[in-house]
Design a protein around this ligand. Structure first.
Ligand code: TXA
Ligand code: MG
Length: 349
């Protein structure tokens, strides 16, 4: 299959392309599109065969449920059993935006889309092209991140093409995404809302609106012995090809530890990559040293993290060291993804 890659600079001047992309979805085809978090791989959420095609294109296990993307609040009603007050409140506060809510599904949603679960994940992205595309596609677009299973989520259209070129009908290129990490997922099916995946919308932001909110407590455990509540969080996602270790502690010690290890590993013939920040980059010596951004602006780090992991893969890096990041705000999501990419290898010096 030939995959069309189309640049959409602005929605108003590209209406025909968006209508055509919507038509592909209505016919059961697949279109990758940008959102404010990461690129999504879209298919018709109400068509079980589209879900099967999404799983096949990604090489993803079909017990891993998909998020349904909508473009208007009203579209939530037909796809859920009931809309609790909590759902209205967080939609008012955070939609369109990087927040996914889980509710009990209605019969309209095929089990193929929810990986067999009685619940459904729903999100309204804050991206004008995504919203126009969802409207053109009929209002219900199932979309996982547009990467091959096990690779970092794509933050640029060229990474979608690398992973899915030849397997899907079209890629809408809207440039680099704004946030760079996947949406926060909050489960509203239990009495107290539970965060299943941390993201840009933090626990304290949710608590301001909802009162008490908890974390799925498997999220930050080092051992991964209990299954997380979001089925996708159990897979070794976001894994770079190089062996990644996170080094935490006093910054001077971190720098000297990483440099010492890097030297040793390079002596053994490994190709070493280092993830620092603009504050520390010049202090490191290795084959590939990358700055994830400025420590004072964690949003910049979230935005570059997946690109850096992919670049290390492309450069044939076999061993990676990364500084640790503070776990306030989006730092929580950054460390959650880094720890998963590192298979929880973290050393404090
Ligand atoms: O930012 C995002 O959310 C991006 C963009 C494209 O919107 N999408 C995304 O989708 O990250 P995906 O498929 O890569 O991750 C969805 C996660 C998985 O971990 C999945 O297991 C979980 O959401 N999930 C989906 N439906 C669920 C449900 N009913 N109950 C629990 N977890 C669910
Ligand atoms: Mg994903």
């Amino acid at each position: 299959m030939k995959t069309e890659l189309i640049t959409v600079a602005e929605v108003d001047s590209c209406k025909e392309v968006i209508l055509r992309a919507g038509e592909i979805i209505r016919q059961g085809g697949l279109v990758a599109f940008p959102t404010e978090t990461v690129y999504g791989l879209g298919g018709d959420a109400l068509n079980p065969e589209s879900a099967q095609r999404i799983y096949a294109a990604k090489g993803r296990p079909s017990d891993n449920p998909l998020i349904i993307h909508i473009n208007q609040w009203e579209k939530i009603y037909p796809i859920v059993k009931a809309v609790p007050e909590s759902a209205k409140k967080i939609a008012d506060a955070f939609w369109p935006g990087p927040l996914t809510m889980i509710l009990e599904k209605s019969d309209m949603v095929p089990l193929a889309t929810t990986g067999g679960l009685p619940s459904v994940a729903i999100r309204m992205p804050n991206h004008s092209l995504a919203l126009a595309f969802i409207e053109a596609a009929g209002g219900y677009v199932a979309a996982p991140s547009a990467n091959l299973s096990g690779r970092p989520s794509p933050t640029l259209a060229k990474y979608v093409k690398e992973d899915l070129g030849g397997k899907i009908e079209m890629i809408l290129d809207g440039g680099q995404v704004g946030i760079g990490l996947e949406s926060t997922i909050v489960d509203l099916t239990s009495a107290t809302p539970i965060i299943l995946r941390p993201g840009y919308v933090t626990k304290s932001m949710l608590e301001e609106v909802l009162g008490e909110v908890t974390y799925d407590n498997t999220l930050f455990s080092d051992e991964e012995k209990e299954a997380p509540k979001a089925p996708g969080m159990k897979y070794r996602h976001y894994a770079p090809k190089g062996l990644l270790t996170i080094i935490a502690g006093d910054m001077e010690k971190v720098i000297s530890y990483i440099n010492k290890e890097a030297l040793q590993q390079e002596g053994k013939g490994e190709r070493v990559g280092i993830i620092g920040t603009s504050n520390t980059k010049n202090f490191y010596r290795a084959a590939s040293v990358k700055s994830a951004g400025n420590r004072a602006d964690e949003n910049s780090i979230a935005k570059e993290l997946y690109r850096i992991l992919r670049e290390f893969d492309d450069e044939g890096i076999t061993v990676i060291y990364s500084e640790a990041f503070d776990t306030d705000g989006i730092g929580q999501a950054i460390m959650n993804r880094l720890l998963k990419a590192a298979g929880h290898r973290k050393i404090t010096v």
